[in-house]
Design a protein around this ligand. Structure first.
Ligand code: SAH
Length: 392
């Protein structure tokens, strides 16, 4: 079905190992002139079938939907979405008493490249990262609302900023099913107001749920500094029993949302203060004020060519925190850059620690939760990594 694409000799190996991307450099010949988002069928140099997927011009030329010779029709997508739902039921996220916010579909991690869907207490917010998926947005919204029944009140498409800009397609963010005002969600019993229209990404950093829970084991009586706080995810958990919590974010609306979420859980509580200021500036002079610091910066590197700068950024950030934290302090430090490996990140933190000369222990190695599954054949789906450090 669709346009035929033949790979160069030897370039089929990654496909045999189920890697879901075909890079443009692997292609020997494209028969015909596929448009971005068209279905294409991939063959090896000897004309053996390999895979079927969505075409896109660029470094990643094909996002593979199936390694079987099947037609990816609506039933195909329905089956994949059923698997995603069943999986989340099996890990206790769908049907949980304490959490009603989770990632419903995690692109390659759920064998649906290009498709992200987050569930916010009845409202599903989708972001398409490929034109192939974008073309199917209405059908996918209908499948999700059909399968989830009265658990879903609305499906919102927020792909305007995520569909590849080279495609020339301009999306409009809109409801594809139902309608809803911003909602309040519950995560491990804590409440957060989610506004997908104004928020970053789909509105909330769901991927830190388990790391926030881990944080709450360390907060009692501590002076907590939540760097890059965004909507106050870590701050709210810390407020449970910390002595004070300071949230820092350069964005005004993020600071406002953090304040609002703290209020939602704890009312007007003077222990929490938000600072709208640049993180590096703030960290220049915190002296020994804090004994628990969270460093959760945005992705410093989106591409491999800026990797060195990104590693330098992590080093500088961690150095400032390790240098100034009180004796016996705890640091939760993260990287969400896909191109920064676990090893590279740890090395940056190691270099940072060494430059301060302080004694540092790694207490925990953190990752992404099961609703952001890592496809074992696609190491790139592992993006979130973090360390809990103890600084003597
Ligand atoms: N920890 C958050 C997610 C952080 S997202 C959570 O659990 O929800 C990264 C945040 O860093 C964004 O809110 C962004 O506004 C902020 N940010 C980006 N660059 C910054 C800078 N130089 N100084 C301070 N904040 C910054």
């Amino acid at each position: 079905m669709g346009t035929k694409i033949v790979l160069k000799s030897g370039k089929d190996q990654a496909v045999h190992r189920y890697h879901p991307w075909i890079f443009s450099g692997a292609i020997k010949k494209i028969y015909g002139d596929p448009s971005e988002g068209d279905l294409v069928t991939v063959f090896d140099n000897k004309d053996n079938f390999l895979a079927v997927g969505h075409y896109q011009p660029g470094t990643i030329a094909v996002r593979i939907l199936s390694f079987e010779d099947t037609e990816p029709d609506l039933q195909f997508f329905r089956n994949r979405i059923i698997s995603a739902i069943e999986f989340r039921k099996s890990v206790g996220l769908i049907g949980s008493d304490v959490t009603n916010v989770y990632r419903l579909i995690h692109a390659e991690g759920d064998n649906l490249p290009g498709l992200i869907a987050d569930f916010y207490n009845g409202v599903v917010v989708m972001q398409m990262h490929s034109v192939g998926m974008y073309r199917l947005r209405k059908e996918i919204a209908a499948i999700i609302s059909d399968l989830m029944g009265d658990q879903v009140t609305a499906v919102y498409d927020k792909s305007e900023s995520t569909i590849p800009f080279k495609s020339g397609i301009s999306g409009v963010n809109e409801f594809l099913y139902g309608n809803s005002d911003p909602v309040v969600v519950t995560e491990n019993g804590f409440r957060f107001r989610i506004d997908w229209t104004t928020g970053q990404k789909t509105g909330f950093f769901i991927d830190q749920r388990e790391n926030r829970k881990l944080l709450s084991e360390f907060t009692k009586g501590r002076n907590v500094l939540n760097m890059f706080g965004y909507t106050g995810g870590f701050a709210v958990y810390a407020m449970k029993d910390a002595a004070l919590v300071h949230s820092v974010d350069s964005s005004f609306s993020a600071s406002e949302m953090a304040d609002e979420n703290v209020r939602l859980n704890f009312g007007d509580d003077e222990r929490h203060v938000s600072y709208q200021v640049d993180a590096f500036e703030f960290l220049n002079d915190i002296k020994e004020k804090y004994d628990l610091i969270i460093l959760d910066p945005p992705a410093f590197a989106k591409h491999n060519n800026v990797l060195a700068n990104a590693l330098q950024g992590y080093k500088r950030l961690n150095m400032k925190a390790i240098e100034q934290i009180r004796h016996g302090g705890i640091i939760f430090t993260f990287s969400c850059s896909q191109v920064v490996t676990r090893e590279n990140f740890r090395k940056s933190v190691f270099v940072a620690a060494a430059s301060t000369g302080r004694k540092v222990k790694i207490l925990h190695q953190m990752s992404q939760p099961p609703d952001h599954p890592v496809n074992i054949y696609h190491p790139e789906s592992e993006y979130l990594k973090g360390l809990v450090l103890y600084v003597e």
